[in-house]
Design a protein around this ligand. Structure first.
Ligand code: HEM
Length: 405
């Protein structure tokens, strides 16, 4: 018999098949938040912790943890550190972490993003062209391919043909059925990036992120080759599934809420706020761990060095104390200090890119297929791994229209 909501709340396991029903998962979070600011899990992910981990589930404590890197470090536990092949911006603490960010930051500047708007629209249009004349198609194909194509082609400097393989390897690495499958996929992805970066060392520079990592110096020293490959791998993982999952959620939501879809078409100025609300509501990332560096007390709970605490952004983003009517997706929500992009020193580096891809992705679909709805009798497929969660198919029907080219 499947565990009840209360049983799941006692021992949260994001990999459990029951959670392929996203509403059920959020019911579990409601119970977890009601019980205590900190829940437990015997099944931590991303950083190995044999004795299990705490899970911060309320908004206030999540923000405090994210802002207190001196007690809640991003370094993995010793068991987790064995799995890392290099220094990653996301698993370092300041001051070194800030130096890594400085290397990558210029690539995500608002000016650079603004200059990409036209290319992103053209790439999105190409994906819509594949099915626009037929009157039916799968919007998950747009959501899952657009961020990868944009990031690989215009920023990272990897062949776009590699996108499907990288998505598949990332997915298996995070959610493969066995430890062997997961480790095999991590190794496969690392090797793929390793080969791609090695090939680039023999080529002239092209002003992309791989070049920037290859030539970067921190404290007067070039990055180790392993650090270059590992950070490229982090960017691939961070840049593909996150935006894709959130965008697939938005397409599904609008395909099943035609009045909301029509409102966004009638009031395009709402798009920016709607994107923020989709990111709060979709929960494309549910949790990232921190390791306790020094004993600390928070909301009546004492944390000891070496313990792992998973910050559950998705649960925090549905906390009624912070978001009135948190369980409703309110496209024109005004006060929306969501944690979808994290907070504190590790706040998402790619948020400007993600927002732009997302806005343009919505804009093009709403403009070119304004009456799209979920195809009657067809089923949208939701899939969550232990880090990213979204729709893998959103079959829609609409009035056929002409291709752009
Ligand atoms: C909707 C899409 C996205 C979501 C929801 C998201 C979410 C997040 C979150 C929650 C963090 C904080 C992790 C932590 O606290 O440890 C983060 C960090 C990061 N994100 Fe994103 N992200 C998105 C898109 C992107 C994109 C498109 C890129 C790059 C192509 C990117 C690159 C990064 C990097 C490099 C970090 C690490 C920053 C650091 O450790 O200082 N993200 N992201």
């Amino acid at each position: 018999m499947s565990p009840t909501v209360e049983q799941h709340a006692e021992n949260w396991d994001l990999r459990h098949a029951d959670f392929n029903d996203p509403d059920f998962l959020y019911d579990v979070y409601t119970v977890m938040r009601g019980n205590s600011p900190f829940a437990r899990t015997d099944n931590p992910f991303l950083s190995a912790t044999p004795s299990g981990a705490w899970v911060a589930v309320r908004y206030a404590e999540c923000v405090q943890i994210l802002q207190d890197w001196e007690h809640f470090s991003s370094s993995p536990t010793p068991e987790g550190a064995e799995q890392l092949a290099g220094d990653l911006v996301i698993t370092l603490d300041p001051p070194r972490q800030q130096k890594f960010r400085k290397v990558l930051n210029p690539y995500f500047s608002p000016a650079r993003m603004k200059a990409l708007r036209h290319e992103i629209a053209a790439e999105t249009d190409d994906l819509i062209d594949v099915f626009i004349e037929s009157g039916s198609g799968d919007l998950a194909e747009v959501a899952w391919r657009q961020p990868g194509i944009v990031f690989f082609k215009y920023l990272l400097g990897m062949p776009v043909d590699d996108v499907p393989l990288c998505v598949e390897l990332t997915d298996t690495a995070l959610n493969g059925a066995t430890e062997e499958a997961r480790m095999g996929a991590w190794g496969g992805l690392y090797q793929h990036l390793h080969d791609a970066v090695t090939a680039r060392t023999a080529e002239p520079p092209r002003d992309d992120m791989i070049d920037v990592l290859l030539s970067a110096e921190i404290d007067g020293e070039k990055l180790a080759f392993g650090d270059v490959v590992s950070n490229a791998m982090l960017l691939v993982q961070a840049g593909l599934e996150t935006t894709a999952s959130a965008m697939s959620f938005a397409y599904h939501y609008l395909a099943t809420h035609p009045a909301e879809r029509d409102r966004l078409i009638a009031e395009p100025d709402l798009l920016a706020r709607a994107v923020e609300e989709f990111i709060r509501f979709a929960g494309s990332i549910h949790g990232i761990p921190r390791t306790v560096a020094k004993e600390v007390e928070l909301s009546g709970c004492t944390f000891s060095p070496g313990e792992s605490v998973i910050v559950n952004y998705a649960s925090a983003n549905r906390d009624e104390e912070q978001f009135p009517e948190a369980a409703r997706c309110i496209l024109d929500r005004r006060e929306n200090r969501h944690l979808g992009f994290g907070a504190g020193v590790h706040r998402c580096l790619g948020s400007n890119l993600a927002r732009l891809e997302f806005q343009v992705g919505l804009e093009r679909v709403l403009t070119r297929m304004p009456d799209f709805t979920l195809t009657a009798g067809a089923e949208a497929k939701f899939h969550g791994n232990s880090v990213t969660r979204g729709f893998r198919s959103v079959p829609v029907t609409f009035t056929p229209a002409a291709r752009t080219r």
